[in-house]
Design a protein around this ligand. Structure first.
Ligand code: ATP
Ligand code: IP8
Length: 271
């Protein structure tokens, strides 16, 4: 099998590809189509290996909250909720896969709950060997935040923000890019504070300069921007840098995929 090229892991945030802010169970098809086009154009121009992970927006966060899936298995309610939440995420996933395939990428749906296991919300098992084989063939696996079996809690939510650094580390990614509905991490929530300032670089050395960090306006059971940053700081600890950029600004993801840096917030190891 052909040796794979440098791996890029991209997360398409639920805040960009759905109407998360408005809590409406709808896809932002304008954003999704544009980002799918940018990804495909960059992939054709540069020829990297690629794993796409997407977030949930209301497709996952709303049913997960309704059935309290983030609180573990307590009864039949969570079993119904598991099925309902996963089905909703599959609907979103098939739209993402379709968008990428229509643009010309050989994208393939990758269901995290089929092979992943959590322990207290952290991945302890994931079929990375299957992903390796797919990447070796030139396929583009498209995974997502999902409901998983949890060895301690019965069920838990796997956030795309946890899956991205896990895969980046296991598959030794060269680049990790996350798109959100904001330009990066700010010192305060930019949606609530007009004077919020972007942090161009973040590490454990200056993270204390952030005055306010939280979630989006929409329902969110996985901790929003705060959890995202926590996960990416952990990834930086093992030497893998990442960048959060805006998915709303046309062309930015393509530039980033083509090697552009400093387009949002870089999360790196403390020097
Ligand atoms: P999903 O989890 O559905 O994939 P996402 O990863 O795209 O969503 P969120 O987790 O909703 O994105 O995080 C983005 C939101 O974080 C923004 O809409 C913004 O309002 C909010 N936020 C809160 N504090 C900050 C901050 N200090 N800097 C940047 N964004 C912040
Ligand atoms: O939006 C959450 O994934 P995220 C997944 O990447 C579910 O945090 C099912 C809520």
């Amino acid at each position: 099998m052909a040796k794979r090229k440098e791996l890029v892991v991209v997360k398409l945030g639920g805040s960009v590809i759905t109407l998360k802010d408005q809590n409406r169970l709808e896809i932002n098809s304008g954003n999704l189509e544009r980002l799918a086009k940018e990804i495909t154009e960059a992939w054709k121009a540069k020829g990297f290996s690629l794993v796409v992970v997407h977030g949930a927006g209301p497709f996952g966060h709303v049913p997960a909250k309704k059935y309290e899936l983030d609180k573990g298995l307590k009864g039949d309610k969570q079993v119904i909720g598991f099925s309902e939440t996963h089905a909703s995420m599959e609907r979103l996933n098939s739209r993402v896969v379709d968008a990428l395939r229509r643009k010309g990428l050989d994208a393939v749906a990758f269901q995290p709950s089929a092979g992943g296991i959590l322990r207290n919300g952290k991945l302890v098992k994931f079929p990375v060997d299957v992903l390796e084989n797919m990447l070796g063939m030139g396929l583009v696996p498209v995974a997502y935040g999902d409901v998983l079996f949890d060895e301690e809690r019965g069920v838990s939510i796997l956030s795309g923000d946890h899956l991205v650094p896990y895969l980046a580390e296991k598959l030794k990614a060269g680049r990790v890019i996350l798109v959100a509905d904001v330009g990066g991490v700010y010192n305060k929530d930019p949606k609530k504070n007009m004077d919020a300032k972007i942090m161009k670089e973040l590490s454990r050395g200056n993270v204390h300069e952030i005055k306010e960090i939280g979630s989006s306006r929409g329902v969110d059971v996985t901790g929003g921007m705060e959890k995202k940053l926590e996960e990416l700081l952990r990834l930086a600890d093992v030497g893998i840098e990442s960048e959060i950029i805006s998915g709303l600004e046309p062309g930015l993801l393509k530039r980033s995929l083509l090697g552009g840096k400093g387009l949002g917030t870089i999360i790196k190891k403390k020097t």
